[in-house]
Design a protein around this ligand. Structure first.
Ligand code: ZN
Length: 380
């Protein structure tokens, strides 16, 4: 077998097409993975409709066409390069799509996420060279990847669950920076969305004592609370609970009432594209003195941030993107041990030939509970 089927994008704004192309040979320190599941993210539909091209035409962050997308692949090692020593054909893996140059100061210091050439294999990124070196996203049958991108999957972690690792890992890496853990209160802004729900699951696994969450859809919020009703509390940020002009925000009053009057230890913002800066600021004001916030959400407006408030309240705010392969291994270990309980996810698996339907249907999802996965081994 020397060829495979890949879903490729030939023009922005057009559907992907199934093409037969050669199966690549792994270079010395690369592996070849047979993809069994690839997670698809809601943002992919915007990206292939040329969102970046219309927003910022000069930004050269998209891969050359035709391109194979697919950010979260999981599968089985089919072949290893001649310098790969610690992973063998037949092993089950998640492929972390985070690519780096490998030789800059940050890469050499063991901080690959801070590489100036940071690039997502199968998505977009800062280096055209890296995208050309790793042109295979997970929406095809075989992909090459560097050996240090692999997360070994325990037998009881399914490929479908691994296809969610991008979201889990994004939340997990940010929450490690926040110090989420036992004795800590933690607020997820946008807890019923894909990122927020996975953050709640990770917070339970990390032992957070009190997990607060905001959202708009009361039915979805109640489903999130049901994951662990003694530890999770939810707040609907609809019209009824909007902050009155010049008055105290009921969200802040609620968060304080849940934390002995202090406010929460940390906040993770997981708001979706299009959310307002004001919605993010409301969550920041739930922090206690000395509290920390991280942003992994998609608010694009300028924040009306009072630096004097930030200083006098000793508040920290940090951005966070993605996660290392080592953090992926930690998540796989938590999932294997059952401390990370992913059983509430509902997998919707599509054949590779249904990729365009899958992308078109993502607006009709059950908050973060629906996990959209493409199985490239299935062609109909
Ligand atoms: Zn680098």
């Amino acid at each position: 077998m020397t060829t495979m089927i890949a879903a490729r994008l030939h023009q922005y704004g057009e559907p992907m097409r199934l093409d037969r192309i050669p199966i690549p040979e792994p270079r010395s320190t690369d592996v070849l993975v047979e993809v069994k599941a690839c997670g698809i993210v809601p943002n992919l539909a915007r990206v292939i409709a040329n969102f970046f091209g219309t927003q910022t035409p000069d930004l050269k962050i998209m891969p050359p066409l035709p391109a194979i997308f697919g950010l979260d692949p999981a599968g089985v090692i089919a072949k290893v390069g001649d310098q790969v020593r610690s992973i063998r054909p037949g092993e089950r893996v998640y492929v972390n799509p985070a690519r780096k140059c490998g030789s800059c100061r940050m890469c050499r210091s063991g901080q690959p996420l801070d590489c100036p050439n940071f690039t997502f294999q199968g998505y977009f990124g800062r280096s055209q060279e890296i995208m050309k070196a790793y042109p295979y996203g997970g929406l095809c049958q075989f992909i090459t990847a560097p050996e240090d991108a692999l997360v070994r999957l325990p037998d009881n972690v399914s490929f479908e669950v691994a296809a969610r690792f991008g979201y889990f890992g994004t939340a997990y890496a940010a929450m490690k920076k926040l110090g989420v853990g036992p004795g800590q209160s933690f607020l997820v802004n946008g807890i019923s969305g894909t990122l927020g729900l996975n953050a709640a699951m990770i917070a339970l696994a990390m032992g957070a004592t009190k997990i607060l969450g905001t959202g708009r859809n009361v039915a979805l919020l109640n489903r999130v609370k049901a994951l662990a009703s003694q530890r999770i509390e939810v707040f609907a940020v609809g019209e009824a609970n909007a902050p009155p002009a010049g008055g105290a925000d009921p969200l802040v009053a609620w968060a304080k009432s849940m934390t002995d009057g202090y406010g929460v230890d940390s906040v993770l913002d997981c708001l979706p594209p299009g959310a307002s800066a004001a919605a993010l600021m409301r969550a920041l004001y739930t922090l206690r003195r000395g509290g920390r916030a991280a942003n992994v959400g998609a608010v694009m407006e300028m924040l009306p941030m009072n630096a004097f408030w930030l200083m006098t309240n000793r508040i920290a705010l940090q951005g966070s993107v993605w996660f290392t392969s080592g953090e992926g291994e930690e998540m796989a270990a938590m999932a294997a041990a059952g401390t990370l309980d992913t059983s509430a996810l509902q997998h919707r698996v599509f054949a590779l030939s249904q990729v365009n339907e899958a992308l078109a249907g993502m607006d009709n999802r059950d908050g973060g509970f629906t996990n959209f996965v493409v199985d490239p081994t299935r062609l109909d």
